[in-house]
Design a binder for this molecule. Structure first.
Ligand code: KIV
Ligand code: ZN
Length: 515
């Protein structure tokens, strides 16, 4: 038996991750991600900020009622109404946690809260006690701890533990910390706070200086026993510490870290793909652990070394994080059972037989156009078939594009818009531009296109193109995603996906906004 300490993995992809502009997710998407996190054996899933909106409340509720093997947490400011709403959403959970927070840095207390430090301590204590009246698992966070005074941190944390908090979280909210210094802060808190042994100390690092993972690891080396992180490092601004990097760092360098996690790391890559396709945030190819090139060896010297002895250039096994060496999966003649088995092997969970049938029909259609279907194709295919919900306002019926040298491209698009079939055509500087204009002549959405990007999902010219568009209207941002072997059709699908999401997205409160 190992004598290492357990490092609690607290995933906040569904809460802090969703605070990335454009990363909003539907209830069904959040549930799918929560199931994937549960399979990975994540200890705590922060499912949302229940008071933010009715949609957030319902997401926390359904996740709390469905997930059995991970603890489900809801964020709440240090306010009675937030805590009550969190408790209500968490009622059906097997194991729940209320996470309450208040800002502790001089700048936040003075300008955001406009409260004196004594009043902040009083409010924190009151909030922890109220949360304890609902559950014995209460986490207290000192927002902007990275810029807070150590004496004040010691004072408020001691009071929060006395009031019943069993986890104390030290967020570097604005990503200001530097690894050595942050490690010293954690060590000092553990040493100076008289009741520090009554709580687990946690960290929550943002990546504004690209140091979120380094700061989290330094904190772990200095006694932190919970890390808050997100899949693919998704999160506000430059993101949060990435779950996959933290988990694989403590595992790969177990010679340096006296901790271990419960995680089944083989679910890392499927979860990464799922989060990327659901949010429309692509994973850069050179991203550690989950990037397409993370285990690819381009140079001849490296390939030679790897063939002689894998460990010459590889410190982890690709299979351990869920990359499959045999990624050729299915072809035109594969049946429904083979399809279902491969989907399950990839860790993709489909909600119902109807979803499976839809995905299988799309697979057959793709297999007619493309001989070899790879794992990556399946991830994209499932995401794009499940992205289209029953209530979509706009649906692509068919389209054709005329593109020839010296002539302005023209696109003709037929949509179902609010139940009516409409066909329009428009020209543009290229086929995609013409297609978006044709769609706009039908929908007149008034949105601004902020980003357009195409990735080929596998290699080869018969590969599916995966298009991401980011659009904005009235300050609200959403990402749309579409995949097809024809990139103009993929673009139209992505644009319509964004339009449909824009219609459905709810206006929610930001937890760190005004109180
Ligand atoms: O970054 C932060 O401070 C947070 C808290 C609400 C924990 O996300
Ligand atoms: Zn945060």
């Amino acid at each position: 038996m190992s004598n290492k300490n357990q490092l609690v993995i607290f995933d906040t992809t569904l809460r802090d991750g969703e605070q990335s502009p454009g990363a909003s997710m539907t209830k069904a998407e959040k549930l799918r991600i929560a199931k994937s996190l549960e399979k990975m054996r994540v200890d705590v899933i922060e499912a949302g900020f229940a008071i933010a909106s009715q949609g957030d409340f319902e997401s926390v509720k359904v996740i709390a009622e469905t997930i059995k093997d991970s603890r489900i947490c809801s964020l709440s400011r240090a306010l009675d109404k937030d805590i009550d709403r969190a408790a209500e959403a968490l009622k059906g959970a097997n194991a729940s946690r209320i996470h309450t927070f208040i800002a502790t840095s001089p700048i936040h207390m003075k300008y955001k809260l406009q409260m004196a430090p004594d009043a902040v301590v009083e409010q924190a204590v009151k909030a922890v006690k109220r949360a304890r009246s609902y559950t014995d698992d209460v986490e207290f966070s000192c927002e902007d701890a990275g810029r807070s005074e150590i004496d004040f941190l010691c004072r408020i944390i001691e009071a929060a533990i006395d009031a019943g908090a069993s986890t104390i979280n030290i967020p570097d909210t604005v990503g200001y910390a530097i690894p050595d210094q942050f490690g010293v802060t954690i060590k000092t808190l553990l040493e100076r706070i008289p009741n520090s042994d009554k709580a687990i100390f946690s960290v929550h690092c943002h990546n504004d200086l690209g140091l979120a993972v380094a700061n989290s690891l330094s904190a772990v080396a200095n006694g932190a026993r919970q890390v808050e992180c997100t899949i693919n490092g998704l999160g506000e601004r430059a993101g949060n510490a990435s779950l996959e990097e933290i988990v694989m760092a403590v595992r790969t360098r177990s010679d340096l870290f006296n901790v271990e996690t419960r995680l089944d790391t083989s679910h890392i890559v499927p979860s990464s793909r799922l989060v990327s396709t659901v949010t429309g945030f692509p994973v850069q190819p050179n991203k550690a652990i989950v990037g397409a090139n993370a285990f690819a060896h381009e140079s001849g010297i490296h390939q030679d070394g790897i063939l002689k002895h894998r460990e010459t250039y590889e410190i982890m096994k690709a299979q351990d994080v869920g990359w499959h060496t045999n990624s050729l999966v299915l072809g035109k003649h594969s049946g429904r059972n083979a399809f279902r088995t491969r989907i399950e092997e990839l860790g993709i969970s489909l909600e119902s037989e109807t979803e499976l049938n839809k995905a299988f029909a799309a697979f057959k259609e793709l297999a007619d156009k493309k001989h070899e279907i790879f794992d990556e194709d399946l991830h994209a295919l499932v995401s794009s078939t499940t992205a289209a919900s029953q209530k979509d306002r706009f649906e692509l019926v068919c389209m054709s594009v005329n593109s020839e040298t010296g002539v302005m491209p023209v696109s003709k698009v037929t949509l179902i818009a609010d139940g009516q079939e409409v066909t329009k055509e428009a020209s543009g500087s290229g086929p995609v531009d013409a297609t978006f204009s044709a769609i706009e002549t039908i929908v007149e959405s008034g949105i601004n296109l902020q980003l357009y990007s195409v990735n080929n999902i596998t290699s080869g010219t018969d590969s599916q193109g995966e298009v991401t568009v980011r659009v904005e209207r009235g300050g609200r941002i959403v990402n749309g995603l579409g995949a097809d072997t024809d990139i103009v059709i993929a673009s139209a699908k992505a644009y319509l996906h964004a339009l449909n999401l824009m219609e459905g997205s709810d206006n929610k409160q930001h937890p760190q906004g005004d109180v």
